[in-house]
Design a protein around this ligand. Sequence first.
Ligand code: NI
Length: 204
Amino acid sequence: MRTKMKIALSAAIAMGLGLANTATAFEPGDWLVRAGASYVNPASDNSDIVSVESASSFTINFTYMMTDVWAIEVLAAYPFKHDIELLDGTKVGSTKHLPPTVSLQYHFRPTEKFQPYVGIGLNYTTFFSEKTTGPLEGTDLKLGDSWGLGGEIGFDVMFNDDWFFNANARYLDIDTKAKLDGNSLGKVNIDPWVFGGHIGFRFK
Ligand code: NI
């Protein structure tokens, strides 16, 4: 009797583990959608003239599992609005930007509840709604588009078969050429770290 119970118990545990594993495994063909917010923290030494301040916004990313470990991710966002200051802290303007990024991801533990991953990708950043204020009021500020590489690390924690929590950190190489009234202000290295927290849903 005791042995039978033990066997039954072992079988139940094995089944439970088996179910837990299949329940949390991302599979080829799955789409993962993660929605939440991100904080963009630009490098502190942006240029000799101005500094670009940090900003937060909504982010959403779509990931397609090509295999159980390799995936393609597209990052989309609501525009981030950054203040632009002189090096002494005087606000001279603001800009908005969108940083769509396509990344190739590798997921290390596709069958576990805790799923870390790394990614490398290509970022395109477009700036718009540049505004000037204070000492630069009335001048025309333009920031050029930027293409650069991006790297990311992150993890998903499965709540159940469908829902999960995600946290990630990205580094984006964003450099823009700034112009004031058509005159070059030189290159501004924004090169931000982007920290995000998201709730994810898996479509299978
Ligand atoms: Ni850079």
